[in-house]
Design a protein around this ligand. Structure first.
Ligand SMILES: *[C@@H]1O[C@H](CO)[C@@H](O)[C@H](O)[C@H]1NC(C)=O
Ligand SMILES: *[C@@H]1O[C@H](CO)[C@@H](O)[C@H](O)[C@H]1NC(C)=O
Length: 171
């Protein structure tokens, strides 16, 4: 009888071990999946910044949905409906050199992993417009990008981008 009880408790322990390792695997699987989405969303934010800085604005369709909403404090970028409007208005800044430095975003991914909300810290420096032989910061903008993201067949895209600033963000 004792031996039987011993065997039962052994089996019980083995069972527990197996189910806890299944749980761990599920947790890990979920974490890997969420991390992949989070990285892809972060890449979009960095790509947006990099495309702005290198003036490769025509490639913004890799970043935004066609019908996105963009509201940035800079002149020409307020209350824009559609990525085409952003591309059309961008040449206003053709003579400016700037650099966006962004943080990895804080991403809130919904359970379906097809929509997300993100906050990305940003410092954007605008350099002397017409003299690039010496990069002289003309203006520095501090704030956060507040963004909504959707998973499309082509990958993650920004659906809504606004900015929250600590002070005046003005050019
Ligand atoms: C650009 O800036 C440099 C360094 O301050 C200066 O030597 C040069 O004369 C400037 N060029 C123009 C066109 O203003
Ligand atoms: C875009 O996001 C901002 C900030 O979260 C929100 O106030 C605004 O209503 C959103 N606009 C659209 C068109 O979704």
């Amino acid at each position: 009888m004792r031996l039987f009880a011993f065997l039962v408790s052994c089996l019980w322990l083995v069972g527990c071990e197996a189910s806890s390792s299944t749980n761990n695997q599920q947790v890990l699987q979920n974490l890997i999946e969420r991390s992949a989405h989070t990285v892809a969303i972060g890449q979009n934010m960095v790509r947006f910044s990099y495309l702005c800085d290198t003036h490769r604005v025509k490639e913004m369709d890799q970043v935004f949905t066609p019908n996105c909403f963009i509201n940035l404090p800079d002149k020409g970028f307020q209350n824009l409906h559609g990525v085409d409007q952003f591309i059309k208005n961008f040449p206003k800044y053709a003579n400016y050199n700037f650099q966006h430095v962004t943080s990895p975003p804080v991403v809130d991914l919904d359970d379906s992993m097809t929509t997300a909300h993100a906050t990305t810290l940003v410092i954007a420096t605008v350099f002397d417009s017409f003299n690039t032989s010496k990069a002289r910061p003309e203006e520095v903008e501090y704030g956060s990008y507040i963004t909504d993201h959707v998973l499309t067949k082509a990958g993650w895209r920004i659906q809504n981008m606004t900015v929250s600033t600590f002070g005046e963000w003005d050019s």
